[in-house]
Design a protein. Structure first.
Length: 410
């Protein structure tokens, strides 16, 4: 029976997908469960498996083409089966496309796909030149020859970290990027899927969510000493983000109005702290989620955050790993930012913006001494969170970080 291959929904914010590469060609036999195509969503690169066995009769969306969620991108059918009705029903409007750099081994024209099981990009590809989709894209954008690179991934596959040292030679910060543009000139750059999603969601948030902001300054010297003690026994380096996640989780359990979502005529208050942590990518931002943080130790949060952040940078997150957050933390302290305000990420009710730890004169017991402080700002949805609620939340968060031994108890 002929089957339409549909563009899957890989995240709750995805509206369209980009075909990176077909792994089968028109006319090829396909077995159920066999990987057919690599797709880029707004969060990660994924592989799509065949739902049925048959012949790939038609590719409706070629590599570089984009399709909306649920749109047909190919057809699987029997060798002699009539698919004329399916071809007539397929969208006739040409799909938008982007130029994808093809690696030297991509000698065949790619083929169709199917709506089935999803897997992260596999290292077991039969390509002569093994490279992840992200590595290929980075190499193409920066005119890097993949054959000159030795891969460090499974079975010698070239992955993002193999490309990054070469990117550093080509550009080393904003000044280097500007040199690519002729003085007095300009250029038009197509937005990536992740950038378009960020733009859409942030615009919707600012237009529909009534924001307000509350800031406190925290004495971080106790937390600094506590972290130093933890790092004497921890297998990996504990970060301030780990402490913040644990402190936020403990505080959220006592402030259900902050750990909540606005649902029109009702408010949903969550009994668990599923905390998203913003991770910066070259093309935008992703927010992997650490679930049930209130039940986890600082060491467990540290291990999970390191793993999620690394896979986020390599676009290897599974859909369930970036959905379902009840609260978000965005930390720009490592960039030397003293303080800032963040935009609430609906349907969450609040987001915490974290600045850098600053060495400055402070007054302690009537004496001016050198201390270390950090500012955090809570952006809140005023439809469900009042100013006093936000202030009490920050007061308790501040108390936990200034007496960090209590983090072992929450």
């Amino acid at each position: 029976m002929a089957t339409n291959i549909l563009m899957p929904k890989l995240s709750d914010t995805m509206s369209e997908g980009l075909i990176l590469k077909w792994l089968k060609n028109e006319g090829d036999k396909v077995k159920q469960g066999e990987t057919l195509v690599e797709i880029e969503s707004d969060k990660a690169d994924m592989e799509l498996e065949a739902y049925d066995s048959g012949i790939l009769r038609k590719i409706l969306v070629p590599a570089g083409g984009k399709a909306g969620i649920g749109a047909p991108i190919g057809i699987i059918a029997g060798a002699n089966e009539d698919i004329s009705n399916m071809l007539e029903a397929a969208p006739s409007t040409p799909l938008r496309s982007v130029t994808l750099e093809r690696s030297p081994d991509d000698s065949k024209t790619p083929a169709a796909v199917s709506p089935a099981g999803l897997q992260r990009t596999s290292a077991d590809s039969n390509e002569l030149l093994k490279a992840s989709p992200l590595a290929k894209r980075l190499a193409g954008e920066n005119k890097i020859e993949l054959r000159s690179i030795t891969g460090s991934g499974p079975q010698g596959r070239i992955i993002k970290r193999d490309i990054e040292p070469l990117l550093g030679r080509k550009k080393s910060g904003p000044a280097a990027i500007l040199t690519n543009i002729t003085p007095g000139g300009s250029r038009t750059v197509e937005l990536s899927l992740i950038r378009k999603t960020i733009a859409k969601r942030m615009q919707e948030s600012k237009q529909t969510v009534p924001h307000f902001y509350v800031t406190v300054e925290i004495d971080m010297e106790p937390a600094m000493a506590f972290r130093e003690q933890l790092n004497t026994v921890a297998e990996s380096k504990i970060s301030f983000s780990d402490l913040l996640v644990k402190a936020a989780a403990g505080t959220l359990m006592h402030h259900p109005n902050v750990n909540a979502s606005y649902l029109g005529n009702t408010v949903r208050q969550f009994g668990e702290a599923h905390i998203a942590v913003a991770v910066a990518l070259d093309e935008g931002l992703v927010t992997p989620v650490i679930r049930n943080c209130e039940q986890k130790t600082i060491l467990q949060i540290n291990a999970e955050l390191l793993d999620l952040a690394e896979r986020a940078r390599n676009r290897k997150l599974k859909p369930e790993e970036y959905q379902g957050a009840t609260f978000t933390i965005s930390n720009l302290g490592m960039f030397g930012v003293d303080d800032f305000v963040a935009i609430v990420n609906p349907p969450e009710g609040a987001i915490l913006a974290v600045g850098s730890i600053v060495e400055k004169p402070v007054v302690k017991q009537g004496q001016i001494v050198i201390g270390h402080t950090m500012k955090v700002t809570l952006s809140s949805d005023h439809r469900i969170i009042d100013g006093a609620v936000a202030a009490r939340f920050l007061k308790d968060l501040k108390s936990l970080l200034e007496k960090p031994a209590a983090l072992m108890l929450v």
